[in-house]
Unconditional design. Sequence first.
Length: 271
Amino acid sequence: MLVGTVGTLPTVSEGAEYTELPIGDSPEVASFVKYGGYIPLTLELIDRDNVSRLTGYAKELGNATLRKYSALIAGIFTANTGIGPTMADGGALFNNTVVTTAGGHANLLTVAIRTDYTAWNAIALAMYNQPMLIKNAAGYYGTGPKMAIEPKICLVPRALKAAAQALFVPRWASDVISIASIGGPSWAGQVEVVTVPDWTDATDYAAVIDPAIAPGIIVGERFGLMPEIYTAGNDTDPAVFMNDETRIKVRMFAAVLVQDFRPLHKENVAG
């Protein structure tokens, strides 16, 4: 749950009463969804195969679970033609409406990634200036103090990986002692480039604040993030008794939601 902050402390005159401070929380919710399936192993298949290959099935089921989490999170950024799901305040996750308006998030731009830091500096400035939540009510939208946090992660499709790494991944030691000019190599090593395999648009990208500092997307789990993997292989199990078939099942319960728009920024670039 995202709890609102205290915007400012009012002055208390001598002998005067303290006043109640406005504070709220995020009303975002999500439902748990069950995912899973099984791989059948007949007695004949086991006889024809080797043990090392059979033991690999459990690992593949675990990998499928991790990719499912990846796809669910990636889908948040591409839902509704790239503006994301509608949040409880009535606004799309990504929009360019001012934050003092109900549903305004001011976290959507349309500038392509460049060979200098001009576009990224604009993103960083917009995210730095995002106001902290006080409460979701008229008169309080966008009135909190600045988050004052810079983006830490650049999410890109595979087509933009090289361009992003050229900006953010230092490849040599610098012996320059002078201060870099604006637009110079001031972001190298400060931003992590993460390639999103599920994104197919070759121009759109996103920025994210370190989730350890300001989480934006929450993954709810019921029995842990690690998948549950079961084997039904006893002689008295129905599938073995009736069909000589051992089954390896994977199950995951997950609820993925956007808790806060402020740590997230999107660039929807016209193709």
